[in-house]
Design a protein around this ligand. Structure first.
Ligand code: PHE
Length: 476
């Protein structure tokens, strides 16, 4: 049994922490890139529909599972299904997945820390050169920063749910919102920025294809931190007196709003930098965009605001991304920690230390797979190329597995738990029971949501490992 479980201090605390988890690199980096590649406004529309119709019910289901059982994902699946139940495997998958995501997310966050410091210390010009990023990731110079980051992250986690996670979110989220808005206002004043706004907001339906659907759903799932056990665990720290459904709605809205605003920042910046940008040419990798392309864009602003001004804008952008990444990283590392505390009776301190050693080891290996270690760099062939250790983890756990875990959450809540699920949603929210919304949630989780998630899972396996897109195959 649990030694001592944390709890968020209030509904607002929960919402900020959950939104802090949801708002991350997915919103600030991946979303704008996907939107630019997949037709701007078309992608935006599809994305919002998926968030509302498919992801929102799963978000509610995960939070309800956690809150009802007051357990980590393994505990949550077995508390309702029985110790010996095979559902335990679903829970295990929901512990392994966040661990693995933390491994690659840590590496990317280290890069962000480095770019942040270098932008502020006058190195923007170097960062904007085409080789800067490639050289940085292949250099052992990242390791001191890596250690610094680990101290920050695990220091916060030692502080616990209220004193660590929630406190961080209470500071980071407002700062993030203000910086985002200020940066957008600045970018919109640049010449030609409106070209980007137009591309982003006026749909071009000829750009729509099956690939957009899969990409949008994967992106929405990742962005809301679903299928990672996070919302189950955060739900377990959420008070029974508060309303799950309306709180979830705020989390989903905040996450989508930040993604939308990030698009409104980055697309206009791209067009201001190069008014004749052809969206097809935008880098296919999100990481490349942020680390190579954006510094060039920021540097080009020196004509308007001087080198120091441009460096400050670039530095602020990386602070913004860093805060977003930090709240996400903390949230994801909390899952295995909660598991050790709940299921193995560890003290928080001991769980945090074990987790720190494990993640640091794996993340160091992942960091070596950009050239420092040839073995890890050319780790495994699949999907038509040789992939690194980092790629293997990122592909598998940030995309392929998430819809599978989501699928199991749906089946579990809709078929195994059933009436209990509706009861849980109505706790603290009496008017919900029997309402249209409640019936929609139950119905969707029982029917089309798991079907769609299973399809996306299969399609993602085909795409990632075999370079085949089933949607394209069916559509001819
Ligand atoms: N929602 C997060 C994002 O968009 C996903 C995530 C959460 C990733 C936690 C890692 C850790 O970046």
């Amino acid at each position: 049994m649990a030694v001592e479980r944390g709890q968020f201090s209030s509904r607002l605390g929960f919402i900020l922490a959950a939104a802090g988890s949801a708002v991350g690199l997915g919103n600030l980096v991946a979303f704008p890139v996907m939107a630019s590649k997949n037709g701007g406004a078309v992608f935006l529309i599809v994305y919002v529909l998926f968030v509302a119709l498919i992801c929102f019910p799963v978000l509610v289901a995960e939070i309800a599972m956690g809150r009802n059982t007051r357990r980590n994902p393994v505990g949550a699946f077995v508390a309702l299904a029985g110790e010996r139940s095979r559902w335990r495997w679903a829970g295990r998958l929901a512990i392994l997945t966040p661990f693995m995501i933390a491994v690659f997310y840590t590496v990317v966050t280290v890069w962000i820390v480095i770019f942040m410091f270098r932008a502020f210390t006058g190195e923007l010009e170097t960062l904007a050169t085409t080789n800067a990023f490639g050289e940085m990731i292949a250099s052992p110079g990242i390791f001191p920063w890596f250690i610094v980051l680990q101290f920050i992250v695990f220091g916060i986690l030692l502080g616990g749910v209220k004193g660590g996670i929630e406190r961080l979110a209470r500071v980071a989220m407002p700062v993030l919102a203000v910086m985002l808005v200020l940066l957008i206002l600045f970018v919109l004043t640049l010449d030609d920025a409106m070209l980007g706004v137009r591309y982003y907001l006026i749909p071009d339906f000829s750009r729509f294809n099956g690939g957009v659907l899969n990409a949008a759903l994967n992106q929405a799932f990742f962005s809301l931190s679903l299928g990672m056990g996070i919302m189950i665990t955060y739900g377990s720290y959420f008070s029974r007196q508060d309303r799950i459904v309306s709180s979830s709605r705020l989390v989903a809205t905040a996450d989508t709003a930040v993604a939308f605003l990030a698009g409104l920042l980055i697309l206009p910046a791209i067009f201001a930098f190069n008014p004749s940008t052809n969206p097809d040419d935008l880098s296919s990798s999100s990481i490349g965009l942020i680390f190579t392309y954006l510094p060039q864009i920021f540097l080009s602003m020196q004509d308007a605001v001087g080198y120091v001004g441009a460096s400050m804008v670039a530095g602020s952008f990386f602070v913004l991304v860093f805060f977003a990444a930090l709240t996400s990283l903390v949230s994801i590392l909390e899952i295995p920690i909660a598991y050790m505390i709940d299921e193995h009776n560890f003290s928080r301190r001991k769980a945090v230390l074990i987790q720190a050693v494990l993640v640091t080891t794996f993340a160091a290996l992942a960091a070596l797979s950009f050239g420092m270690s040839p073995f890890l760099t050319d780790f495994i062939p699949y999907g038509g190329g040789t992939r690194s250790f980092f790629d293997l983890i990122a592909d598998t756990f940030s995309e392929v597995i998430l819809p599978l875990v989501g699928f199991m959450v749906c089946l579990y809540c809709a078929y195994r738990w059933r009436d209990g699920f509706v009861e849980e949603l109505s706790q603290g929210d009496e008017s919900l029971k029997g309402s249209f919304l409640q019936r929609y949630l139950s119905f969707s989780l029982r029917t089309f949501v798991p079907v769609v998630l299973m399809f996306v899972f299969i399609n993602s396996v085909a795409q990632k490992y075999f370079a085949v897109d089933l949607l394209m195959v069916f559509a001819g």
